[in-house]
Design a protein around this ligand. Structure first.
Ligand code: FAD
Ligand code: UDP
Length: 366
């Protein structure tokens, strides 16, 4: 008799949703994670009474009511609306691209004026079908905004020229001709009061959890521990990188406690010029409208992933897309291993999509 029905590799959101649902159906789950904490990249650490998003700012947003109701079982969400500010040299703009951005950029008042300027700037480039992020950016918002707010930020974030990146990356951002600084178009949005870690803690109730446990070491002595494995680590690592390495971007967070109440007046401030080495500064207290006497900020530096550091963003270009498909072919042949999550599926998934995928996976499985 094997001891568990499922060995779940990764105590992040995908693994935790799977464990929660499988446990509810009477299955026995063991969840392991190589880190010393649960919750994967949504882990929050309390510093000076502030929930610090240790692996980058996480704002929950979805248009799927079922997913919103699902996640609300585990936490109460506040009414935070993400409205980042962009700094370019000594100029400051609202994001996403909306009438506040346009009126500041061109000293205009109406949508008609903004559209006319964008059309005139677009015409210079004569782009009919945008083939890459540069063409997409230019044809959406014209040259001024592309050069001040997109080009430098994107090239820092991805370490590649905008003309080598796929256009869908920029289509994540809303573009509107209203005075509305909400970064997302989704129906539901917020931050869990008390941070994300308690959500995952509740999801993992009823499962056994082992931290500081790397799958590849653990499995050597425990090959028979479970009937099936749910693997949410890097798919290329699972196969010993035998078809080659998938590329990822990683982020280094430089976190500082400051002896002042309010450093930048907003949770997210992007630095869009190439010369500033970081992409953005997060001031964590503003996610929960904190009034603590001190504040905690994190500067984000983006770089190419190397073995031994955390992989964050899969890189969605042709080379990596094709290599992933080859790994997926191997994965599809596995009878007792399910690959899930951002690293297992090599997908730029938001949290709502991860929950959705985990619920679908568990439904198909049980
Ligand atoms: P993870 O959270 O990465 O969990 C995988 C776990 O597996 C990790 O804990 C890892 O330690 C463990 N693991 C890996 N390999 C092994 C191994 N060999 N042995 C044992 N354990 C292993 N989404 C949003 O919706 N809104 C946002 O604002 C947002 N902001 C983001 C900002 C950043 C900087 C990043 C990187 C992502 C952001 N996301 C956001 C996406 C969000 O983080 C993911 O959708 C979600 O956390 C993915 O969950 P997961 O379980 O797939 O992966
Ligand atoms: N982006 C940009 N300027 C900004 C913010 C975003 O050009 O000030 C582009 C950039 O290419 C980025 C993409 O839009 O990778 C998506 O941004 P988002 O904020 O969704 O990225 P994430 O929060 O996932 O890092």
């Amino acid at each position: 008799m094997r001891k568990y029905d499922y060995l779940i590799v990764g105590a992040g959101l995908f693994g935790a949703v799977f464990a929660h649902e499988a446990t509810k159906k009477g299955k026995k789950c063991l969840v392991i994670d190589k880190r010393d904490h649960i919750a994967g990249n949504i882990y929050c650490e309390e510093i000076e009474g502030i929930n610090v998003h240790k692996y980058g700012a996480h704002i929950f947003h979805t248009s799927n009511k079922e997913i919103w109701n699902y996640v609300n079982q585990f936490a109460e969400f506040n009414n935070y609306i993400n409205s980042p500010v962009a700094v370019y040299k000594d100029e400051l703009y609202n994001l996403p691209f909306n009438m506040n951005t346009f009126s500041k950029m061109w000293n205009i008042k109406t949508p008609k004026e903004a559209k006319a300027i964008i059309e005139a700037q677009k015409a210079e480039f004569n782009i009919s079908e945008p083939k890459n992020l540069e063409e997409q950016g230019l044809s959406l918002v014209g040259k001024d905004i592309f050069e001040k707010l997109i080009k430098g930020y994107t090239e820092k974030q991805w370490g590649r020229s905008c003309s080598e990146l796929p256009s869908f990356i920029i289509r994540r951002l809303p573009l509107r001709f209203t005075f509305d600084n909400n970064y997302f178009n989704d129906r539901f949005q917020g931050i869990p009061m008390g941070g994300y870690t308690p959500i995952v803690e509740k999801m993992l109730e009823g499962s056994d959890v082992m931290l500081n446990t790397d799958y590849f070491e653990f499995i050597k002595d425990n090959a028979d521990i479970a009937d099936k494995t749910v693997y949410t680590g890097m798919i290329d690592e699972y196969y010993g990188f035998k078809l080659g390495h998938l590329e990822y971007r990683t982020v280094r967070f430089e976190t500082e406690v400051l002896d002042e109440e309010n450093y930048q007046g907003n949770a997210v401030v992007n630095y869009t010029e190439r010369e500033v080495p970081y992409t953005r500064i997060i001031e964590h207290k503003h996610f929960e409208f904190g009034t603590q006497p001190k504040t905690v900020i994190s500067r984000e530096y983006s770089s190419e992933w190397k073995p031994g550091i955390e992989p964050y963003y899969p890189i969605n270009d042709d080379r990596n897309g094709n290599l992933f498909l080859q790994y997926k072919e191997l994965a599809d042949k596995e009878e007792n291993v399910i690959f899930g999550g951002r690293l297992g599926n090599y997908k730029y998934y938001d949290m709502d999509k991860v929950i959705e995928a985990a619920l679908e996976c568990v439904k198909a499985e049980l």
